[in-house]
Design a protein around this ligand. Structure first.
Ligand code: PSU
Ligand code: MN
Length: 312
């Protein structure tokens, strides 16, 4: 049994069939610097509430999987010094629970907790995916670095709202992987998959839907017919918050080069790349990342409200 500890408000909402949105904590502890991380955590919860849903931020503390954090706990997690918070994904969840202390949950670990709690909608910034070079290059052996997020999406039924795969990834390969593993990918409001920091990735969306209502209908059907796995709902970053295509590409390429030279790999790679992109864009990527996460939370809140109202 998972050692779940539901916040009273979350437990009550779930009992009553009210909409609830799970939020992850790795983006707080490992994805963004203080105090942007605290601000994004608070603003995401507020965005979920504004849509009429209850937020449930997930994290590990002292052997418990907390589902729903009060504001003091959220602040304590955001403030905890780098190195004091583990990163818990499916393969590292048991060790994080055994270790005691704090661990932030990635998309995969958050989905495990949310599913066990009975939550059907989850918002994040960008999912993990196939890292560039995972399948090797002209003069590089394959790293096989494919995020456990993708396997989780394939096995755990839920709606996961994000701004696309993170721009540091191999986005076409990530989409192919999701298709192979049977994960529907929806894009709301445009024909191309969003590019995380940018409005578009330049890649055609597997399935474009006009609005949240249309997304809710497909999610309800997917969950209703009992298909394993999630629906990935992608939403572009708000217009005024997007980074330029050129700036993004240059910063990402540079960060990837730097990481290769330093031999950064494994679970450290994603946080390292995000921090390096933040340096190279003089903080502009942090503002973009913040805006897209809060927007995803708002959309997830609206989606959860429609599902709770019986979207069909
Ligand atoms: N979205 C963001 N920032 C992040 C993440 C998502 O805007 O830092 C986190 C998620 O928790 C995701 C993780 O699961 O990055 C992916 O890590 P990895 O590539 O090591 O699987
Ligand atoms: Mn990895």
């Amino acid at each position: 049994m998972l050692p779940l500890q539901l916040a009273p408000e979350v437990a009550q909402a779930l009992d009553a069939g009210h909409p609830v949105v799970a939020l992850e904590s790795t983006l707080i502890s490992h994805g963004l610097p203080w105090p942007a991380n605290r601000d994004v955590a608070t603003a995401s919860e507020a965005a979920v509430r504004a849509a009429g849903a209850v937020p449930a931020t997930v994290a590990v503390r002292d052997g418990w999987l907390l589902v729903g954090l009060d504001s003091d706990t959220l602040e304590a997690l955001a403030e905890a010094p780098a190195g004091a918070v583990r990163k818990a994904a499916r393969p590292s969840l048991a060790a994080a629970l055994a270790a005691g202390g704090w661990a932030a949950t990635t998309v995969s670990a958050t989905m495990i907790a949310a599913r066990a709690a009975g939550i059907r909608v989850f918002a994040t910034g960008g999912i993990g995916g196939v890292h560039r070079g995972a399948f090797g290059g002209p003069d590089a052996p394959p790293t096989l670095d494919v995020s456990s997020d993708l396997e989780e999406l394939a096995r755990t039924p839920m709606a996961v709202v994000c701004a696309g795969p993170k721009a540091i990834l191999d986005v076409p390969a990530t989409l192919e992987y999701l298709e192979t593993r049977g994960v529907p990918v929806l894009t709301i409001g445009q024909d191309e998959v969003p590019g995380f920091y940018t409005r578009s990735s330049g890649i055609r969306a597997p399935l474009a839907v006009p609005d949240i209502d249309a997304a809710a209908t497909i999610v309800a059907r997917h969950l209703g017919i009992g298909l394993a796995g999630s629906v990935l709902v992608t939403v572009r970053i708000p217009e005024g918050d997007a980074l330029g295509e050129q700036e993004t590409r240059a910063a990402v390429e540079q960060a990837l080069d730097d990481a290769r030279r330093r031999g950064v790999a494994g679970p450290d790679l994603t946080p390292w790349l995000l921090a390096r992109v933040a340096e190279l864009t003089e903080g502009r990527s942090v503002r973009a990342n913040t805006a897209l996460i809060v927007n995803d939370a708002a959309v997830a809140g609206q989606l959860a409200a429609r599902l709770a109202a019986g979207a069909a």
